[in-house]
Design a protein around this ligand. Structure first.
Ligand SMILES: Cc1cc2nc3c(=O)[nH]c(=O)nc-3n(C[C@H](O)[C@H](O)[C@H](O)COP(=O)(O)O)c2cc1C
Length: 323
């Protein structure tokens, strides 16, 4: 139906479903799980350029990948072109991603306060300089992710400046920074950006199921879809959407066993990659058990637990009971 190939720089993806960068969510284990279910490209969470250059261990872990985590993108957040260039060179050398993305949309107060994320939306020239620095220096293709501005011509201006600076793709979340997550993602504004540019444009915002995926592709005419919140605790969404776009039919899913089984697989991947201690496993367990039968009791028990091993055992034993 509407599943198309997507080319970002030299990388030709078999489809056009992307996992959004999400802080504290899209670690290596989670990305691997989404990939198993058909995500064509996954992004790390945003990595602060300054922290990476200061050899901050937590920031380094965010960029870690593995041979089966391909193709993947690393997202950087920062505002100083020279520091971003230096950090991107480090990322290119150390993690060797297929694409390096610049965060031009994060609305959180501490990021804006540092002049980064969506604060950059008000400085198209600075964004142009940042992207030009990266495309002029790196061998790796560069992408950017923006939110909308209050006036459409302003959104189009920043999108054009990003393309002119040599970016290989642009993702647009159809909300302004002031909206945070309120209202709906504005598909017509995303479409306006798509019509303005020649590089691939990826639509983002509120893709929750088969219908919203199809609608977003149809209404925006975009080259790809990026899925964020709907994948949290539910990586299987990629398989559902992929199947629907390919065949027009919906997969029958037993949500209960699927999500519990996926949590089990997730924990195994976290263990395999030594990531248990670097994430808040309790939070992830909450997402994976959301809306399931008996999840309230599991959650209540989870609240009293701090230790990763105990959480894993609780969920594993709950999984076995439910099967
Ligand atoms: C927990 C969380 C963390 C996020 N972290 C990032 C991030 O690191 N970089 C980024 O560009 N966007 C980040 N976002 C925004 C998402 O990438 C995405 O643009 C947004 O959630 C809208 O898409 P959705 O409706 O599919 O969730 C984050 C969103 C959430 C919910």
């Amino acid at each position: 139906m509407r599943l198309k190939k997507l080319k970002i720089g030299r990388t030709e993806l078999p489809g056009n479903l992307l996992l959004a960068p999400m802080a504290d969510v899209t670690n290596l284990a989670f990305r691997l799980l989404c990939r198993r279910y058909g995500a064509d490209l996954t992004y790390t969470e945003m990595i602060n350029a300054d922290a990476l250059l200061n050899e901050n261990r937590k920031s380094f872990i965010k960029g870690l990948s593995s041979p089966d985590d391909r193709p993947f993108g690393v997202q950087l957040v920062g505002s100083c072109p020279e520091k971003l260039r230096e950090a991107a060179l480090f990322v290119e050398e150390e993690f060797k991603p297929e694409v390096i993305d610049v965060n031009v949309g994060c609305p959180s107060r501490c990021i804006i306060g540092a002049g980064c994320g969506s604060a950059l939306l008000n400085s198209p020239e600075l964004v142009h300089t940042i992207i030009s620095e990266l495309t002029g220096t790196l061998k790796t293709p560069v992408s950017a992710k923006i939110r909308l501005l209050g006036r459409e011509e302003k959104t189009l201006e920043i999108a054009r400046r990003i393309e002119e600076a040599g970016a290989s793709a642009l993702t647009v979340h159809g909300r302004t920074a002031a909206q945070m997550y309120s209202g709906n993602s504005d598909l017509m504004s995303i479409k306006a950006v798509k019509n303005e540019l020649s590089i691939p444009v990826i639509a983002n915002g509120d893709i929750r199921n088969e219908e919203s995926a199809e609608r977003t592709l149809e209404l925006t005419g975009c080259d790809g879809l990026m899925i964020g919140r709907a994948a949290m605790g539910n990586p299987f969404i990629f398989k559902r959407i992929r199947h629907y776009l390919e065949t027009g039919e919906k997969l029958e899913v037993d949500k209960q066993s699927r999500q519990l089984e996926d949590f089990d697989a997730y924990v195994s991947l976290l263990e395999e990659h030594n990531l248990i201690s670097s994430i808040n496993l309790r939070m992830h367990a909450h997402w994976f058990t959301k809306g399931l039968r008996g999840s309230r009791q599991v959650r209540e028990k989870l609240n009293g637990l701090k230790d990763g091993k105990a959480i894993t055992e609780l969920i594993r034993s709950s999984c076995q009971e439910q099967y």
